[in-house]
Design a protein around this ligand. Structure first.
Ligand SMILES: Cc1ncc(COP(=O)(O)O)c(C=O)c1O
Length: 450
């Protein structure tokens, strides 16, 4: 960089600081008036400085900030590898797609293989199972942890089971000792969806370090943000290479953007039916995607990651405060409980009515915009229609109905329902009955306001 360019960067940085102070002054909080969003990005001048720094590099694709972020993120987890991607949904798609690679031999996931997953959750935990022509097998929801009920794992097992893919619901770790033991005994892959659980620990160990692969989201609602963004964590160099291949168009070559011939044999490979010496940089071994993130996103992530310990502490404080405030209402509400041995870095505060009849003023639930703080409904997995349809009925955890999942759907609070107004007017009991029979053209959408 020329000295003139350096000088100008310094001046721009000064202006960015000034701009931040002018554009984002501290907001006065007026109890009962100031809306409290259910989640929001929390940032200061550091994020803006990083973002502008990356913009002035004008590298645009993944570069020095992506490298710094991946290193720091892997180190934080004590994992060998962290691969930056453009969303948590992409991270899930890559984690599962990687397991379908022929490079994994007899452990590769094949169409029709079964993947055990939890009934309540976010759609893009389950979607990649379907997108890879695998069969999701649902275990019911455990209340009040809202995680998959691990006592149903054995009932969900069949000769076709190859993997368990589950999210730590709203930051609450699922029973990792039971799940890892189950996976080890049956030689199953474990993918931890940690999109809601960055900073959560189980038996003192960070979530994301138990599974073969783990995924994280950096969408603004999440523990740290890059706007859009996500990551895959793993310990195995082979899984890293497979994730990168599926992320980067399916390529076989593992050189970073802008680099060539790091294998030292770029023109010496003999792969498949290709002629000897075919350029390795342009050999595509998988049916891949392009799910890379940019350096601008990574630059924001580098600044956010430094704030993670404070964010986690604030989330825990907020949870404790809400819990203490709602304790008197336990007669009405099932309050959330953390999984034994877990220290959640809470993403939200799950709440359900104890009885469908206990719904106060059930005919007129609060409107989203009237709420201080804002609340959102946890969207169900199978109840939304698509996965339930995809899973053969006899593979739903030993023919059992997903009773608790239906309960979460019917009694989760609040019923600020974006698409099922009619269900609400008919009353929760009938709504529960209705969801047991999926609608003919089932919707498959998120109810989280974005
Ligand atoms: C459990 C879980 N998995 C995956 C995702 C998807 O992450 P993203 O929004 O970054 O695609 C979310 C999003 O909130 C989530 O809650």
């Amino acid at each position: 960089m020329t000295s003139a360019a350096k000088l100008l960067r310094g001046k721009i940085a000064e202006l960015v600081r000034e701009y931040h102070a002018a554009a984002f002054p501290p907001q006065e909080f007026l109890p009962g008036q100031t809306p409290i969003p259910y989640a929001a990005r929390v940032f200061d001048e550091d994020e803006l400085l990083h973002l502008v720094d990356a913009a002035l590099d004008f590298w645009l694709t993944a570069g020095r900030f992506a490298e710094e972020f991946e290193r720091a993120f892997a180190d934080l987890h004590g994992r060998r590898h962290a691969m930056l991607v453009n969303s948590g949904s992409s991270a899930n798609l890559l984690a599962i797609s990687a397991l379908t690679s022929p490079a994994l031999g007899d452990r590769r996931l094949l169409p029709g293989d079964e993947v055990i997953t939890a009934a309540s959750g976010f759609p893009t935990t389950v979607n990649p199972i379907l997108q890879n022509q695998l069969v999701p097998v649902f275990i019911d929801t455990h209340i009040p942890t809202y995680n998959g009920d691990v006592t149903q794992l054995e009932a969900a097992l069949s000769s076709r089971t190859r993997a368990v893919v589950m999210a730590h619901t709203l930051g609450n770790p699922f029973a990792l000792d039971a799940v890892t033991d189950f996976c080890n005994r049956h030689r199953l892959w474990l993918v931890e969806d940690c999109c809601d659980a960055l900073g959560s620990t189980y038996q003192g160990r960070l979530c994301g370090t138990f599974g073969d692969l783990a995924t994280v989201s950096f969408y603004p609602a999440h523990h740290i943000t890059m706007g859009e963004g996500g990551a895959v964590l793993c310990a195995s160099p082979q899984l890293r290479r497979l994730v990168l291949s599926f992320r980067d168009w399916g390529r076989d070559c593992w050189c970073d953007p802008g680099k060539d011939n790091t294998c030292g044999r770029r023109f010496a490979w003999q792969l498949g039916d290709l002629p000897l010496g075919y350029d390795h940089k342009y050999i595509y071994a998988h049916v891949g995607y392009n799910l890379k993130a940019t350096d601008l996103q990574a630059a924001v992530g580098v600044a956010q990651l430094k704030k993670l310990p404070a964010f986690v502490a604030a989330r825990r404080r907020n949870f404790d405060r809400l819990y203490a405030g709602l304790r008197d209402l336990e007669e009405l509400f099932i309050l959330p409980e953390s999984t034994p041995h877990a220290a959640p870095s809470w993403f939200g505060f799950p709440l359900a009515l104890r009885s469908a009849r206990a719904r106060p003023g059930s005919a007129t639930p609060p409107r989203q915009e009237d709420q201080h703080p804002a609340a959102l409904r946890r969207q169900p997995g199978p109840s939304a229609g698509l996965p339930r349809r995809a899973a053969p009925p006899d593979r739903q955890a030993g023919k059992r109905r997903l009773r608790h999942d239906e309960r979460v759907l019917a009694r989760g609070l609040p019923r600020v329902d974006l698409g099922t107004d009619r269900l609400r007017r008919r009353g929760p009991a009938r709504a529960a009955a209705r969801v047991a029979r999926p609608p003919r053209a089932p919707p498959c959408y998120s109810m989280i306001p974005r």
